[in-house]
Design a protein around this ligand. Structure first.
Ligand code: GLN
Length: 487
């Protein structure tokens, strides 16, 4: 039984060679969760019984020769993905007892590929946050230092992968929620292009920004999983019909002659100098492989956080109007009439950050303020997107830090929303522009992981994964485990 963290690629090989069974892998994953998750709080729901049954089915498929490469490998889903018959809470009291009647497309496709979900991971309430502290189910701890946050909102998935509880977990990235927790937890976090992966069955937060992503141990693993989840789905009208290329085939492509754009605004005063040093050291690795570095500019970067925090709450306030205590979700006991039923159900069901977003969003959409805020933000969104597009006329990929600092302490920013929002400075533009991006571990700052972010043009997933994989072929940062050593 593999003791260390193992990649999906390695586990798939062991399973294929008959050196381990899916039941053994899944049982080991469940045992680790049992041992470590009281402290980490990475899981909201563990589905041991279903997981073992699915593992047996995967073992049978392997024995019959009908299994695909991912069959039998354990994984977990962020608790924002609807799972038929298993609770989907979205980290909220509002959905504490919600059981979806159907699976999200991502859930369905991974199950069809034979991957075995062991449960649902903890997250910021309705994916609103950068620290996984706004969860109704309590904060998630960072395996590198349990006094610190693993980032958010997919913090449960990031912590679970970092601690080796599962080799891969799904996440969603509306403003950075896959890449930022990956950076703070020392794992690989990949967000495909908006529309590359179906949003069907993902609890909606901000629909023009939401995208499913992957937290894993390597870019190679991210490629294997993207291969399965990407592609057209008629149940999501924004899902692209573009053909899905063979991501693994391009992973090794040489980088000689390729150009990497370095946005100077990403290295401004807000960036922790040691994180900046780690990114610069990573860029040298690309240079050694024959890639060229070029300075580029994203002149509207300082407007990205304010723009995001208008567009995102606007869409959230609209999406979250469905939680009225009538159809599904929390219903207040204390309701005399229809008005107080709506009001009290929402008052009791939502936490502070969700209420803050609903209020901000409703405000910017209201008559009289719509033009000044929402419409203006939409225009600036276009400028931010144009800036990035212009860079790609000159360079193949954009590189920079994922976050301004390494993991911060639990409690440090939760009472200061603006400080929390500023943590998203390097990630939100990518969502505003709908681009693919990845965060990969690139160094250590006071014993905590630092993240390198790579951003590509629309639908250039293969290129982003190729750059990340080439870096991981030359370095060991993605193999470092919390508490020292490699795995
Ligand atoms: N931290 C950002 C926010 O709070 C992004 C969240 C996300 O990507 N789900 O909105």
């Amino acid at each position: 039984m593999p003791e260390q963290r193992q990649t999906i690629a390695a586990l798939s090989h062991l399973l294929g060679a008959g050196e381990v069974s899916s039941r053994e892998l899944v049982q080991a994953s469940l045992d680790r969760i049992e041992e470590q998750d009281k402290e980490l709080n990475a899981f909201i729901t563990v589905t041991a019984e279903q997981a073992l049954a699915a593992a047996d089915a995967a073992d049978l498929a392997r024995a019959n020769g009908t299994a695909g490469p991912l069959a039998g490998v354990p994984m977990a889903h962020k608790d924002i993905f609807c799972t038929a018959g298993v609770k989907t809470t979205c980290g909220s009291r509002m959905l504490e007892n919600f059981v979806s009647p159907y699976d999200a497309t991502v859930v369905e496709r991974l199950a069809d590929a034979g991957m075995v979900s062991v449960g649902k991971t903890n997250m910021d309430e309705f994916a609103m946050g950068s620290s996984s502290e706004t969860s109704y189910f309590g904060a998630v701890k960072n395996p590198w230092d349990t006094a610190r946050s693993p980032g958010g909102s997919s913090g449960g998935s990031a912590a679970a992968v970092a601690a080796g509880l599962v080799p891969m977990a799904t996440g969603t990235d509306t403003g950075g929620s896959v890449r930022q927790p990956a950076a703070l937890s020392g794992v690989t976090g990949f967000k495909p292009t908006y529309g590359r992966v179906s949003r069907y069955g993902i609890v909606a937060f901000a629909s023009s920004l939401d995208q499913a992503g992957i937290l894993a141990l390597s870019a190679e693993d991210a490629a294997l999983v993207t291969q399965v989840i990407a592609g057209f789905d008629e149940r999501d009208s924004t899902c692209s019909p573009a053909e899905v290329p063979d991501y693994a085939a391009e992973l090794d492509a040489p980088l000689k002659g390729k150009t990497i754009g370095i946005p100077k605004e990403y290295f401004d005063a807000g960036l922790d100098s040691a994180c900046g040093d780690a990114v610069h050291a990573a860029l040298e690795v690309f240079k050694q492989q024959g890639a060229k570095l070029r300075d580029v500019s994203l002149p509207n970067l300082s407007l990205a956080v304010p723009t995001y925090y208008v567009v995102c709450p606007a869409e959230a306030s609209s999406n979250l109007s469905r939680y009225d205590g009538m159809r599904f979700g929390h219903r207040s006991e204390d309701a005399g009439d229809i008005e107080s039923l709506f009001k009290n159900s929402r008052t009791e069901g939502f936490g502070d950050e969700v209420k803050r977003r609903i209020m901000t969003g409703t405000y910017v959409l209201s008559a009289g303020y719509y033009d000044a805020y929402y419409l203006q933000a939409q225009k600036v969104r276009q400028l931010i997107s144009d800036d990035m597009q212009r860079c790609f006329d000159e360079v193949d990929i954009i590189a920079g830090p994922t976050t301004p600092t390494p993991a911060f302490k639990i409690g440090e920013k939760i009472d200061d929303p603006v400080q929390m929002y500023l943590n998203d400075i390097y990630t939100v533009s990518v969502n505003l522009a709908g681009l693919p991006g990845i965060s990969i571990p690139c160094g250590s700052v006071n014993g905590l992981p630092a993240g390198l972010q790579l951003i590509g043009p629309h639908f250039a997933e293969a290129r982003v994964l190729n750059f990340a994989h080439r870096y991981q072929m030359e370095t060991d940062w993605h193999k470092q485990v919390a508490g020292g050593g490699q795995g």
